[in-house]
Design a protein around this ligand. Structure first.
Ligand code: PDD
Length: 283
């Protein structure tokens, strides 16, 4: 089956799909995006992704390229045309194409691109064995709550993690507190069994997976505090884990080479992971 992409009003062969060289996404990273998981042919938490998308667009004053019901049709159609059962949808909206000038163009039509591809489900070994993270300074801007396509610090951070043999890099603010991973949210479980994750301030992206895990924690009645935590606290934690659309929930068993707890996935993270994976499968 050949891959199909939706680009500015048309369904095109993926390899022929293109945007204009003066698209502001290309020139200024003037755009936003979403990554939505597909499980069993269905979109996981589509509503929450669309709420966040609307918010990101609003914060950047980019007009929605179409009404939400129509957007849902396009997303569904791209999933269908690509025969995606397990995979991801990638959606990007930019301010559009215009002669290069920093200020907003007077007339530009926002560019909408939607692609979908099959992916293997996250490697179960990562969930069973856990993963390593390193910590790096957070060099990003002060509006990380907006899902902007300007991801250079995240790209550099993830590469640094890879070169260190780690899965992710946890970014640390000037107060020594962890903000989030380069493409994931960060969590710990303290010695007294309290789950801690940073509140959704402007220093982090409010992950859709984060919200789903918070729902589970509240429903199950686990102790929870939304507050920042330091690297030292994370290293001394009983458990740690990260969450995202593509990673689900993965236990963090090493931070900067030092074991977290006993250096094995902890029970609370494993329970949350199992509950979340089942929930996403039934989406
Ligand atoms: N990343 N924090 C950052 C900086 C992210 O880029 C992401 C998502 C998350 C987790 O959000 P969610 O649970 O909604 O996926 C947190 C996506 C997957 C990406 O860029 O590929």
């Amino acid at each position: 089956m050949s891959r199909i992409a939706y680009v500015a009003g048309q369904y095109l062969m993926h390899r022929q799909a293109a945007v204009h060289i003066e698209d502001r996404g290309f020139q200024f990273a003037d755009g936003v995006y979403e990554v939505i998981a597909v499980r069993g042919g269905r979109l996981v938490d589509e509503e929450r992704h669309l709420v966040r998308l609307r918010r990101s667009l609003g914060e950047l004053r980019i007009d929605p390229p179409m009404a939400e019901p129509a957007l849902k049709v396009v997303i569904g159609e791209v999933v269908r045309r690509n025969g995606v059962d397990t995979g991801i949808v990638y959606l990007q909206i930019t301010r559009g194409a215009a002669p290069r000038e920093h200020a907003f163009p007077k007339a530009a039509t926002p560019t909408l691109v939607v692609t979908a591809r099959r992916t293997k489900p996250p490697d179960p070994r990562l969930g069973e064995d856990g993963i390593a993270v390193i910590t790096i300074p957070d060099i990003r801007w002060q509006r990380c709550d907006i899902k902007s396509v300007a991801l250079i610090p995240n790209v550099l951070g993830k590469q640094q993690a890879r070169e260190a043999g780690a899965f992710e890099a946890w970014q640390v603010d000037r107060d020594g507190e962890v903000t989030e991973g380069t493409s994931t949210n960060a969590w710990i479980v303290t010695a007294d069994g309290t789950v801690v994750t940073r509140a959704a301030d402007t220093a982090i992206l409010n992950g859709v997976t984060r919200l789903a895990i918070l729902d589970i924690i509240r429903r199950e009645g686990y102790r929870l505090v939304e507050r920042p935590f330091t690297v030292a606290e994370a290293k001394a934690a009983r458990e740690a884990f990260l969450t995202s659309t593509t990673a689900d929930l993965l236990p963090v068993v090493r931070i900067d080479g030092a074991p977290v707890g006993e250096g094995r996935p902890g029970p609370l993270g494993q329970k949350l992971r199992a509950t979340y994976v089942a929930l996403a499968a039934a989406a």
